[in-house]
Write a protein that binds this ligand. Structure first.
Ligand SMILES: [Zn+2]
Length: 280
């Protein structure tokens, strides 16, 4: 089938019955439109038709709108899709399975038909007041579903890559903080140890070389050093607390990193199975 629109039509404006049915047929063949349960492939219910039409447009990267023009790119895309979908492709005839189904159609329930060879009275939903519909056979649907799945996987892969880079950046910042704290702590420990040694009277000489006054000066000097040590110890405690906090953050980021890597591996595994072309 090839669509030739007689006139432009819109979701709420004027329309041609034959035009509406042509577009419904094409969309139904492509799996976008299911005929109404009561009326079949009639000329009404254009909001549902335009919803299906816009779903098709989205998949084809065409702009959505409430109109369809005779030489619209959508019409070309529909014809190309129907052509590509192939007249050789098949569907299962489905009926509403109630007592209003005409006998000829009831006999077709569950049988497979080929789009290129319409049975008497046409494909499901095409005959007057027919409420039957064609059920797509999985041979085309997975292809379209797969494209969508692969696109989602590719996006997910890009996202997780960006996330890994972000975590990497944060981790290297945190690790800089950690090593700068560690250096400062080490330097402070050396300083404190040296001061502690200097504040204790020399055990060998025992006394100050400067006599009694010198001994008093030594005591004062020792007190000053002890005070200085206390100051440095406070600074050391502060740095150790900061270090601990940074190490906690580092561990958290490492867990996030491991989770992101696992997610990326899962995505790549799924892509390898479902969409070889995406990741080679
Ligand atoms: Zn029917």
């Amino acid at each position: 089938m090839t669509i030739h629109l007689i006139q432009p039509f819109s979701v709420h404006g004027r329309y041609d019955d034959f035009d509406t049915r042509q577009v419904k047929r094409a969309l139904s063949r492509l799996g976008y439109y299911t005929p109404d349960t009561r009326a079949g492939m009639d000329e009404n219910r254009r909001p549902a038709l335009f919803a299906a039409l816009n779903a098709f447009r989205r998949d084809k990267g065409l702009p959505e709108s409430d109109y369809l023009m005779p030489f619209d790119s959508t019409v070309y895309a529909l014809n190309a899709a129907v052509e590509k979908h192939g007249n050789a492709s098949r569907y299962v005839w489905r009926t509403r399975k109630d007592d209003r189904v005409r006998d000829e159609h009831a006999a077709r329930e569950g049988r497979i038909f080929v789009w290129g060879f319409p049975p008497e009275g046409g494909h499901p939903g095409e005959d007057f007041n027919c409420r039957c519909w064609p059920e797509e056979i999985a041979e085309h649907k997975p292809e379209r579903d797969r494209d969508r799945v692969c696109l989602d996987l590719m996006n997910a892969h890009n996202e997780v890559d960006a996330k890994i880079q972000e975590i990497q950046k944060q981790l290297s910042e945190i690790r800089n903080e950690i090593s700068s704290r560690e250096e400062k702590i080490q330097a402070l420990e050396v300083q404190i140890r040296d001061l502690a040694v200097a504040s204790v009277p020399n055990p060998v000489t025992g006394k100050s070389k400067l006599g009694p006054l010198g001994a008093i000066a030594d005591v004062i000097d020792a007190a000053a050093k002890i005070y200085q040590i206390e100051q440095l110890r406070e600074e050391l405690n502060r740095l150790e607390k900061e270090l601990k906090e940074f190490e906690r953050q580092e561990a958290q980021l490492e867990r996030e990193m491991a989770a992101a890597h696992k997610r990326r591996k899962d995505i790549e595994e799924q892509s390898r199975v479902l969409c070889q072309n995406f990741y080679g």
